[in-house]
Ligand binder design. Sequence first.
Ligand code: C2E
Ligand code: CA
Ligand code: CA
Ligand code: CA
Length: 275
Amino acid sequence: AKKSAPGTICFFEASDDRSARDRRALQRDLEHAIEADELFLVYQPFLDIRKGRVTGFEALLRWQHPTRGLIPPTVFIPIAEESGLIHQLGEWVIRRACTMLSRWPDDIRIAVNFSAVQFQNVGILQTIVDALAEANVAPNRLEIEITESMLISKYGSAPAILHALLELGLTVALDDFGTGFSSLTYLRKLPFSRIKIDQSFIRDMLTQPDCAAIVKSVIGLAQELRIGVVAEGVETADQLEYLRQTSCDEVQGYLIGRPMSGSEISALLDHNPQH
Ligand code: C2E
Ligand code: CA
Ligand code: CA
Ligand code: CA
């Protein structure tokens, strides 16, 4: 390590270079991840509080890197978005989700996460149509989760593609609700089926009265709009009880279930109560 002030600057530059190099290396590896069978989905359940049954799962992408181990999506999704690889990844996620849907009961849905960049690719519509047809799965069992930041991004075709998805019979959920700047505006513009209250609100609602007020209001808003509402990041029984009392429809979080493999899900569904 160098001691002088210029040396310090040098040190930071070197470390920036290293991380840029690291990103490039990861990007190169990611290019082969699909064919190398290193990507997989895990599934985290949605629990309908009133019915006491699992209504579906959110598909979350994982990358088992051959030497670096498990890489979280928060690391590789941004790299995929920057490089354009997200288009391939996103199509793979859709096809995989449809295959799983074909194995699971008809009243179970899967929600997949979408990146803003994917709205640049109108071809995604045909991919979805084909994947659903190949798996012989009803479109209303596939849900697309988008964040409001996607709608204010530079991708002008986002609303057009969203409307096309809705016309195909898919449902669309507004993810991380409350963390953006214009949530209410977008609720007016697009026929969302569901809003997902961001986990930061759920985490603090029992210790911060303001936070509880927001959660309650969002649940009330969803009811007025006649759309579903999911609380994300439910970790404690007290949080679940509060959400039950405030008439939240569905909950998701470590208390109900961690993201699981496809085979674990099949076992779980064998014990799922009927409607
Ligand atoms: P997200 O869509 O908001 O997903 C929720 C994240 O919270 C997941 O992290 C999930 O594992 C985690 N989580 C669930 N329950 C709890 C809980 O009770 N407590 C806490 N602390 N965390 C909980 P994960 O799987 O690491 O995913 C991170 C983000 O990566 C996702 O945030 C989503 O934006 C993105 N992502 C994941 N899969 C995909 C994908 O297939 N495509 C795209 N475009 N993005 C994806
Ligand atoms: Ca999500
Ligand atoms: Ca979320
Ligand atoms: Ca998030």
